[in-house]
Design a protein around this ligand. Structure first.
Ligand code: PBG
Length: 327
């Protein structure tokens, strides 16, 4: 048989690691990765979250050690979440100057001044009902919640946060926070908006980590319907118009098309949040010996970069950075 030989031989550029590396399109570096940290009151505390092996609730002293590792690994930065000593209906712990996140921010600024710190702004970790704003008659009321978010944002910027990242999904919160930050003299502090945040089952383990499960109902009245992408573009455009400096899509893995769509909408830096449930699934399968964790994690993170994420918030950050340093 005289079969035709192929005219184009793409395999020529796959023949060796040297040529593959030379023509590789997408780069994954430690600076693309942001490590989430959970700050709690006390000293000497590092409580592992059962559904998130390798992730800890930490008092400020032990959290600082992890921040040091993030710095040494040359990660892009850290994002801080808080577990307050007590909760109330309006989440007043969110703007407590002595809160664990505020304290952690001050310590990181003092000891590791060039480690980038992002402060998550939301009420769900601080309210006794676990919702992301003020609850009235079972409903999260939008506009009154904006004042609280703005207060929290100012407090976190006062404590030294380099970037403010609202994750609550109230309408108009970027404008409200921008206005409040400017009035407080923080006009140079950027806002990374969780512009596109879906009502997702993938947040389950995080709610254990942050103790932020809603006591009644769910978050579908403010977080987005997973079925929607046109709405994501509208959310993104609105947040840009309100003054967001960077945008985020969350979760990441089931939403790569959304990451790509938002990337094509704007030149602003884009982040993707590789959330707790995504992490837990990889960890569980790796522990069972069913997958090659290192290759899976690097492939997932590279995929998110290829989809359009400049930054990836991920609990894999330290391990991934170590693997990247070896390769
Ligand atoms: C707060 C917030 C959540 C996450 C980040 N910020 C949880 C939620 O909305 O319930 C989830 C992060 C993760 O799952 O890793 N609103």
């Amino acid at each position: 048989m005289n079969l035709p030989t192929p005219e184009f031989r793409p395999r020529r550029l796959r023949r060796s690691e040297a040529v593959r590396r030379a023509v590789r399109e997408t780069v994954l570096e430690p600076r693309n990765l942001i490590l989430p940290l959970f700050a709690c009151p006390g000293t000497g505390i590092a409580r592992e979250v059962p559904s998130m092996p390798g992730v800890f609730q930490q008092s400020v002293d032990t959290l600082l050690e992890t921040a040091r590792q993030a710095h040494a690994a040359r990660l892009g930065g850290v994002i801080l979440f808080g577990l307050p000593a007590s909760k109330d209906a309006v989440g007043s712990g969110a703007w407590d100057e002595a809160g664990p996140v505020q304290e952690a921010l001050r310590r990181i600024k003092r000891d590791l001044p060039d480690l980038l710190t992002i402060a998550d702004v939301c009420m769900c970790e601080y309210t006794d009902h676990g919702h992301c704003g003020i609850l009235e008659g079972g409903h999260v009321v939008n506009d009154p919640s904006l004042d609280l978010l703005a207060k929290a944002a100012i407090s976190l910027a006062d404590a030294g946060a380099d970037i403010i990242a609202p994750s609550d999904m109230m309408d108009g919160r970027v404008a409200a926070i921008r206005f409040a930050l400017d009035e407080a003299g923080h006009e140079e502090v950027p806002i990374l908006s969780y512009a596109v945040k879906y009502a997702s089952a993938f947040y389950g383990p995080f709610r254990d980590a942050a103790g932020s499960t809603p006591q009644t109902g769910d978050r579908k009245g403010y977080q987005m319907d997973p079925a929607n992408v046109r709405e994501a573009l509208k959310e993104a455009a609105e947040d840009l118009a309100e003054g967001a400096d960077m945008l985020m899509v969350k979760p990441a893995l089931a939403y790569m098309d959304v990451i790509r769509a938002v990337k094509e909408l704007t030149d602003r830096p884009l982040a993707a949040y590789n959330v707790s449930g995504e992490y837990a699934m990889v960890k569980a399968a790796a522990r069972a010996g069913w997958i090659d964790e290192r290759r899976i994690v690097l492939e997932l993170l590279t995929g998110l970069r290829r989809a359009g994420a400049d930054l990836i918030l991920t609990y894999h950050a330290l391990e991934a950075a170590a693997w990247l340093a070896e390769s």
